[in-house]
Design a protein around this ligand. Structure first.
Ligand code: HEM
Length: 134
């Protein structure tokens, strides 16, 4: 059980780093390469959330609702919101993949979604990193 938990936490952190990192890159570059990054990014988002839920179920489900857990929970809620915001831009990414002649408007739209998700994921990372020390 302990080994499973360690593996899940490692995979959770690795996929979370790719999710948050690619979000910051797409936000900062105005959506450059979104057609290559957005779908793997969304896959990483799903994997991060599923493994986070599994870690919580295995290790923290029975812990009483102490304030530190609220910090972790707030981080998790921000992560879910970030995934929703990014999912809403996936049809626009599909348009870009279809070699739409007008690239500027869809790329700007994608960048706005990534910036909003970036702020939410910043809160997530801070919550995940700090909750155990509160
Ligand atoms: C729905 C989304 C998420 C859920 C439910 C979730 C859940 C969890 C849980 C339960 C832990 C505690 C592990 C433990 O100490 O026993 C954890 C740790 C962690 N999570 Fe998440 N997480 C989510 C999203 C993210 C995202 C997006 C990142 C982005 C980088 C992330 C990064 C981390 C890190 C770095 C830790 C290790 C913190 C530490 O113990 O020092 N998580 N997560």
């Amino acid at each position: 059980m302990q080994i499973l938990l360690v593996v899940l936490i490692v995979l959770h952190v690795l996929t979370g780093v790719f999710w948050a990192g690619s979000t910051f890159v797409l936000a900062r570059t105005g959506g450059a390469n979104a057609e290559r990054l957005a779908f793997p990014q969304f896959g990483a988002a799903i994997a991060t959330m599923l493994m986070g839920i599994a870690v919580w179920a295995l290790a923290l489900r029975t812990v009483p609702p102490i304030p530190a857990l609220h910090v972790l929970g707030a981080g998790a809620i921000c992560a879910v919101l970030a995934a929703v915001v990014q999912a809403l831009a996936l049809p626009t990414v599909r348009q870009l993949r279809a070699h739409n002649p007008d690239e500027i408007a869809p790329r700007r739209r994608i960048a706005i979604h990534q910036r909003i998700a970036g702020v939410l994921l910043m809160i997530t990372v801070v919550g995940m990193a700090l909750w155990g020390h509160i």
